[in-house]
Write a protein that binds this ligand. Structure first.
Ligand SMILES: Cc1cc2nc3c(=O)[nH]c(=O)nc-3n(C[C@H](O)[C@H](O)[C@H](O)COP(=O)(O)OP(=O)(O)OC[C@H]3O[C@@H](n4cnc5c(N)ncnc54)[C@H](O)[C@@H]3O)c2cc1C
Length: 405
């Protein structure tokens, strides 16, 4: 793929720079605690949608900007927003994971109904996959949905459900076919969080905030048309969503933005009168990370090239999540070290608090550890890359319990 900018691309770059210069004071802060988007974030989102800096390729009938796909345009917009340190818009499980899933495998009615309010930030979604007995082994999910009088009736429990305490909707992986194999018995349902019978119990993490939750279902009823694809297709749909989740979690533009913030901080913070950026030990850590962020960025361009050619990138996408989350954690750890005493003095405060720069880095650092596990742990990513990508022998399954004669 030719990565040089055409005249049209240079014009878009100029237009994006002018837009950012004029409106950057309206951008919400990025990073830190995970909250429901506030009025400022929603207004910013509306502006980005109107100008085509968000949902650029989503059809107009679904609430997007309706431009034909041009990978270079998307790369230019992402780069300009990340270089300028302004918010590229809301990134959450609904927008970054459910919306592309619906575009790929949903019906037209589902796209019309859900995509517009989701990309505007009016509907917040959470992901109901993990259960106490099924995390890495996701297909072992036991939460059930039986059909009764034209409705699914859901019973069971999910865990680690990020944002469930303020979400409006959940995309839920559950068992609907009981006479089929583990993978073929699952379905993917869209469930309103205010349905009677749903109970959300927040789980407070080491940030002192409730970042995720336990979610219990007792005879929760949803219409049978709130299913994506058909009964028994849930494993396929869940994997489409996971594909987008892994790209979101290792996003190279976000890494580039965070790296630029780290460089700024290391220029203005000193130790015994010396700027951190000039201290060899810290400088070396930073340079190594800079190289790795650049590699991630070029890996992202390679995937984009493949996407533009209509090729399936397969396990190469898993490298985004595996490397991106490890780099993010090492980067925020470097900043916490640079912050010194301010990096240690973390006081958990409520979700409503406006976080300062040090607190934002500390919260992100703690959350970065979680993202090495969330969306499929690094061990699982390595297994898949090894087995399906490198053709290594499959991991041995644990032996069944011995039967006594
Ligand atoms: C910050 C955060 C946010 C999350 N948000 C959500 C959410 O919104 N919705 C949701 O549904 N889930 C969410 N999760 C859950 C997440 O997807 C699971 O934690 C993850 O899939 C691992 O599952 P588990 O916790 O059950 O660990 P387990 O599967 O029990 O794994 C425990 C350990 O064993 C290792 N392991 C397991 N199997 C293998 C194997 N075959 N080979 C090698 N190592 C193995 C794992 O790598 C891990 O280190 C979130 C998790 C975190 C940390």
């Amino acid at each position: 793929m030719d990565l040089r900018y055409s005249a049209q691309h240079r014009a878009l770059q100029e237009e994006a720079r002018t837009f950012i210069q004029k409106h950057r004071h309206l951008s919400p802060k990025t990073g830190g605690g995970r909250k429901r988007p506030d009025a400022r974030a929603l207004d910013w989102q509306k502006l980005l949608l109107e100008r085509g800096y968000f949902a650029r390729n989503i059809p107009r009938e679904y609430g997007g900007f309706g431009r034909p796909v041009d990978i270079m345009e998307l790369a230019i917009i992402a780069e300009e927003f990340s270089n300028a340190g302004v918010s590229p818009g809301i990134m959450n499980q609904g927008i970054s994971m459910l919306v592309p899933t619906l575009l790929e495998v949903g019906t037209k009615e589902q796209c019309v109904r859900w995509i517009g309010p989701t990309i505007r930030g009016d509907i917040i979604w959470c992901q109901g996959y993990s259960e106490p007995g099924s995390g890495s082994d996701l297909a072992a999910a036991k939460t059930s949905a039986r059909v009764e009088a034209g409705q699914f009736v859901i019973n069971g429990q999910k865990i680690w459900t990020s944002s469930a305490h303020y979400a409006d909707m959940m995309f839920l992986l559950c068992r609907t076919e009981f006479d089929k194999s583990k993978h073929d018995g699952l379905s993917y349902l869209l469930v309103p969080m205010n349905a009677p019978g749903i109970e959300v119990r927040p789980l407070v993490t080491m940030t002192g905030r409730a970042e995720f939750n336990e979610t219990f279902f007792t005879d929760v009823r949803v219409p049978t048309d709130q299913i994506v694809m058909g009964r028994g297709d849930g494993w396929h749909v869940a994997n489409v969503t996971l594909k987008y989740e892994r790209m979101l979690l290792g996003d190279a533009n976000k890494l580039t933005y965070r790296l630029a913030r780290a460089v700024e901080l290391m220029k203005k913070t000193t130790l015994d009168g010396c700027r951190f950026i000039d201290i060899p030990e810290y400088r070396e850590r930073l340079l190594k990370l800079q190289g790795e962020v650049m590699a991630s960025k070029y890996h992202g361009l390679r995937l984009m090239t493949e996407q533009a050619k209509g090729e399936d990138s397969g396990v190469k996408r898993l490298i985004v999540k595996l490397n991106g989350t490890m780099i993010a954690y090492r980067l925020s750890s470097l900043v916490v070290d640079v912050l010194g005493a301010a990096g240690l003095a973390y006081e958990p405060v409520g979700e409503a608090a406006e976080d300062d720069e040090a607190t934002t880095w500390q919260i992100d650092n703690m959350y970065d550890i979680g993202l090495i596990i969330g969306g499929g742990s690094s061990n699982i990513q390595k297994n898949i890359i090894g087995e399906r990508g490198l053709g290594l022998p499959r991991e041995p399954k644990s032996a069944p319990p011995a039967v006594r004669a």
